[in-house]
Design a protein around this ligand. Structure first.
Ligand SMILES: Cc1cc2nc3c(=O)[nH]c(=O)nc-3n(C[C@H](O)[C@H](O)[C@H](O)COP(=O)(O)OP(=O)(O)OC[C@H]3O[C@@H](n4cnc5c(N)ncnc54)[C@H](O)[C@@H]3O)c2cc1C
Length: 572
């Protein structure tokens, strides 16, 4: 009898030997992946690929992930950043989905309270609007029931006065009251990296900037690995695997095309844009979810002194790696914001940053972008390529359980004596999540403030770091002397130096954009800080990672493009 771990002793050993997940560990990660046959190769390092890697590794399978950009650089850093309870599914009467995502939301929160924060959401109700008072009251109650919402977070119905007291900026005309319920806010890219770090800690191999260029097949035409290219070092490598999982998000059909199996159902990409405003100009007190005059739902969410607003939903046929905000997207969102918050009279000059992402939805003929289901679906091609498409951040764990479950059943049908345990991810905290459970999170932060002081961090900085990194803040504090030296050398604040060092050493941040866009979210929520600190950060990364002059110029230019696109919409 064999088990998942015993299959590939050589890889298992190299995983154990090279636990590092720093930018300098990319080469050894890739070497370990090519050293023997993996059980599973995952193409794509967004939330879907990260979840699959954790599920597979924690069940004892040997697994490698290749990501052609940075982790989460696709859709998983460009969402509305909510771990949803799935209210929109209720409107579409997808009852089973509401129940499932509601439960998943609770699991994500419990396993990663440092990357998920409960946020009360206000649903204002207007005369002639899409939502009636009674139907909303019943709908939210049904939602609480289906989604298994905890007692303290169950919906409340508000009078017009109470609704305005929660959010005085709301349009007053025709206001009938409001629904009040809880959503969970997240940082999508940090959620992805925390799940990926846990996967690596559990034995997975994962590397960014490595592209699967071609699939490998055995003599029976069964897919058995991929030819990949290291887009930083330039070298080509071959990776062997018993199973290949296509978790390429908006690129799922490109990988199916490589496999010659893009038939039947295909993807439909729709673009979603968000705008960010300074809290001084858009001083929203309360997150609001409302319907636009054209019958779509949009969010306005306060966050770290800013307010972000979105999203659009339009068919997309441009460059998949490079969706951008257009003037039309911006103007549509400004009109929607001014419709609901008329006294603000927001203009294009008030937009401080923005982002655009692509929803990898499964095509449904005759439906508008907003009507297309967000459900996920698993396709298994004739060659055995498993492609997972659609879905949400929220459902990543369940999706991973389904996909790895499928791999396990295929393995079992090939060898009846083979055994492996069930998925355990429901009870696996993500990296940084060891804070004693969600209910202990605030006391964990208070304790971290005391420990931070012992390592020279002020109260505010220590609390910020503890909230962002959860239990990994211990390692940041322990390394304070080393990060302090880095800060002194390049003129960085202690907090920034600590985050930068951690990102390079423990989160495989290989470029300044990795750091400013996906490890910190600064491009979206603190863009002035990016402008202020980009030069010293680039110099520090150049020294730490030994870049060539060409690399330094390329990475600097790439960050400048990100900054420009966040603030200057494209024509159209
Ligand atoms: C505007 C918008 C708002 C959203 N809001 C929410 C929300 O609030 N809550 C929620 O739960 N969900 C939300 N979603 C959905 C959610 O963001 C996505 O379902 C999820 O991020 C998809 O993750 P993924 O890993 O499948 O895809 P991705 O994150 O795109 O990851 C796929 C990765 O595969 C890589 N890749 C592709 N081809 C190759 C190759 N050949 N070799 C190597 N790597 C490759 C890509 O570089 C990419 O990083 C939103 C989506 C959008 C667009």
């Amino acid at each position: 009898m064999t088990t998942g771990t015993e299959n590939n002793g050589n890889i298992e050993n190299s995983v154990t030997a090279g636990k590092g997940f720093g930018a300098a560990d990319r080469g050894s990660m890739l070497n370990a992946m090519t050293a023997g046959q993996l059980d599973v190769l995952v193409i794509g390092g967004g939330i879907t690929g990260a979840g699959i890697a954790l599920d597979a590794a924690s069940r004892g399978l040997t697994v490698g992930v290749v990501e052609m950009q940075d982790f989460a650089a696709g859709t998983s850093s460009r969402s509305t950043k909510l771990v949803h309870g799935g209210l929109r599914y209720l409107k579409q009467l997808e009852i089973g989905v509401v129940a499932e995502v509601g439960k998943e939301r609770a699991i994500v929160y419990e396993n990663g309270p440092h990357v998920t924060t409960p946020e009360w959401m206000l649903l204002p109700l207007y005369k002639g609007g899409t939502f009636g008072k009674l139907s909303t009251s019943i709908g939210l109650r049904v939602y609480d029931f289906l989604a298994g919402v905890k007692r303290g977070e169950r919906r409340k119905m508000l009078s017009p006065g109470d609704t305005l007291a929660k959010e005085p900026l709301l349009k007053r005309d025709g206001l009938k009251g409001g629904g009040y319920y809880v959503e969970y806010r997240t940082d999508d890219a940090r959620l992805t990296i925390e799940v990926m770090k846990k996967a690596v800690e559990t034995g997975a191999l994962a590397v960014n900037y490595v592209k699967a260029e071609k699939l490998r097949y055995d003599e029976n035409g069964t897919v058995c690995g991929a030819e990949v290219r290291d887009l930083i070092g330039g070298a080509a490598h071959g990776i062997s695997a018993k199973y290949v999982i296509n978790a390429a998000g908006p690129w799922v059909d490109d990988v199916r095309e490589m496999d010659g199996s893009k038939r039947g159902k295909t993807l439909r990409l729709t673009k979603g844009v968000h705008l960010v405003f300074d809290g001084g100009r858009f001083p929203l007190r309360q997150a609001v979810y409302f319907d636009t005059p054209d019958g779509r739902m949009v969010f306005a969410i306060p966050r770290e002194g800013k307010t972000y607003f979105g999203t659009t939903d339009t068919n997309y046929a441009g460059d998949t790696a490079h969706p951008v905000t257009t003037v039309q997207d911006r103007d549509y969102l400004l009109a929607a914001a001014n419709g609901m918050f008329p006294q603000l009279a927001l203009t294009a000059d008030d937009v401080e940053s923005s982002w655009a992402g692509l929803r990898p939805l499964i095509q449904q003929e005759g439906k508008s972008p907003s009507e297309v289901s967000r459900r996920d679906e698993l396709f298994v091609s004739e060659s055995g390529l498993l492609s997972i498409a659609g879905g949400k951040l929220t459902g990543y764990r369940k999706m991973a359980e389904t996909v790895v479950g499928k791999v396990v059943s295929l393995m079992r049908s090939a060898d009846q004596s083979w055994t492996i345990g069930p998925s355990m991810t429901q009870h696996i905290t993500m990296s940084g999540g060891d804070v004693g459970g969600s209910e202990q999170f605030e006391s964990f932060v208070s304790e971290a403030v005391r420990t931070g002081a012992e390592h020279g961090f002020g109260k505010e900085d220590a609390a910020f770091l503890a909230r962002r990194y959860g239990s990994n803040v211990r390692s940041i504090f322990e390394d304070a002397e080393l990060s302090g030296k880095l800060g002194d050398k390049f003129g960085l604040t202690p907090k920034l130096a600590a985050m930068l060092r951690y990102a390079i050493k423990y989160e495989m941040a290989a470029t300044p954009s990795d750091f400013f866009v996906r490890r910190t979210g600064d491009l979206f929520f603190r863009i002035a800080e990016v402008r202020k600190w980009k030069e010293p950060v680039i110099r520090a990364m150049e020294a730490e990672l030994g870049w060539s002059g060409e690399q330094k110029n390329r990475y600097s230019a790439e960050l400048d493009v990100y900054i420009r696109e966040a603030v200057t919409p494209a024509e159209g």
